[in-house]
Design a protein around this ligand. Sequence first.
Ligand code: AMP
Ligand code: GLY
Length: 438
Amino acid sequence: MRVLIIGSGGREHALAWAIMKSPLLTKLYVAPGNPGTARIAENVPLRAMDIPAIVKFAVEQRLDLVVPGPEAPLVAGIADALAEVGIACFGPSAAAAQLEGSKIFTKQVADAAGIPTAHWKKFTDADAAHAYLDEVGAPIVIKADGLAAGKGVVVAAELDEAHEAVTAIMEDKIHGAAGASVVIEQCLVGEEISVFALCDGEEALFFGAAADHKRVGEGDTGPNTGGMGAIFNPPWATQDIIQRSMEEVVRPALKEMARRGTPYRGFLFAGLMVEEDGPKLIEFNVRFGDPECETVLPMLNSDLLAALKAAVQGELGSVEPAWRPGSSATVVMCAKGYPGAYATGSEIFGLDEASDLPGVLIFHAGTMAEQGGILANGGRVLAVNALGTDLREALSRAYAAIDRLDWEDGFCRRDIGWRALLELDRFELNRGATQLGK
Ligand code: AMP
Ligand code: GLY
C-alpha cells in the first residue's frame, strides 16, 4: 500500500514508525514530517492545512490511504476532499470531526446518546453566564465552545476565577470566535484516562488506554500544555473501566453519529474522568493523543496498517489487535519557556547514545535538521518513549535515555507517572498487609 501520513509531531513520527513495520506497505510519505520521519519515510513539503495540495499529491501518487495525525485538517474537511477523488482517508469527515471542533456539539451528542458526562449549560450571553455562576458556585468548569489550541478550558476552584474566565473568553474574546459560546459544566472528580478506539463508522475496537500529564509543572501544577508525558494503561484503567468506557461512551457515540447520517471513522479519543460510579466523558478528540500515541503504539504487537485498512473498508470485525506484555512510558522534552515563549535553534546532542538504550524509542516532535545536527524547532521537541517489564522499569529507562541527551535549552518533568506509582505502592502495601495478616 502507498500511504501518506499528515502532520509533523511526535504522534506522526510514532504512526510512521508503526506503519513502517507493516508487510502491506510499499511506500510511506509524511507531509510535512520532521527529521525523525525523514529517517524512515519520505517527507513531502506540504503543509497539513493545504488540503488542495494534499489532494493533488494523493491523486498524482495514486495513494491507497491517507492518515491525518492532527485535528485541524480533519475539522477543515480533508477526509471529505479525499473522498471526492476516491482516496481512502483514515479519519472523520468534517461533520463527524465536530466531536472535537465544538464542545456544545459533543455535549448534545452525549445527551442524545445517554453518555454519562458532567451536567452542562450553554451560554452566548456573558451576563447570563455570570448570573449562572453566582447561582451554582464553585468548583465549576468553563469551556470555550470552539478550538482554542487546548487552552479553552478553565477548571475554577473559586468563584472569582470562574467569573474571570467568563470575562476573558466572552468579553475580552481571548480565543476570538471560539469563545462566542461557552459551556459551563459541573466539575468531575477522579483520575483521568485517555481511551482510544479504532472506528469504522459502525463498530469500535479498543485501541489502548493511557494517562497524560497536561500541566507543565511537577505535581501537575502550572499552566496546561499539549502533554508533558504519558503512561500506558494506568492502574485506574481496570478491565471493567475499559469495558464500561467502550460500552457506555464510545459505542453509544458511534451509534448516535451514524443515526445522524455522519458516521464516525478514524481514531476516537475519549477523555474520561473515572469517578467512583464509573467513567464520565470529559471530551472527545477526533485523533490519537500526543504523547499518548507515542506511548500506546510501541505496545502494539500486530499490524497497524492492516487495522487501518480494515477500518476504512468497514471490516473492523476481522481485526484483533495484539499487545505486548509489560508497560510503556513517554517523557516529553520541551524547550525552556514552553508553554510560554521559547527559543528555537539550539542543538541537541546524544540522540544516538540515548536511543541505543534497551527498550528506548525517541520520537521527534519539534526538531529541524541542519548540517548533520538536530536542532530544537518547537515547544515540545522530543518524545522519549521506553518499554519495560513494568511501569517502573519503563520510566527509569525513559529517564536514563534523557540523561544521555545533552541539550542545554531543554527541560522535562521528572515525575511522569507519579499518580500511578503512588497507586501501585498503595496496592503493594495493602497486599503486604494482607499477607502479614494471614
Ligand atoms: P480539554 O482542553 O477539554 O482537554 O480539558 C482540559 C482539562 O480540563 C481536562 O483534561 C481535564 O483535566 C479538565 N476538565 C475538563 N472538563 C472537566 C470537568 N467537567 N471536570 C473536571 N475537570 C475537567
Ligand atoms: N495529550 C492530549 C491530547 O493529545 O489532546
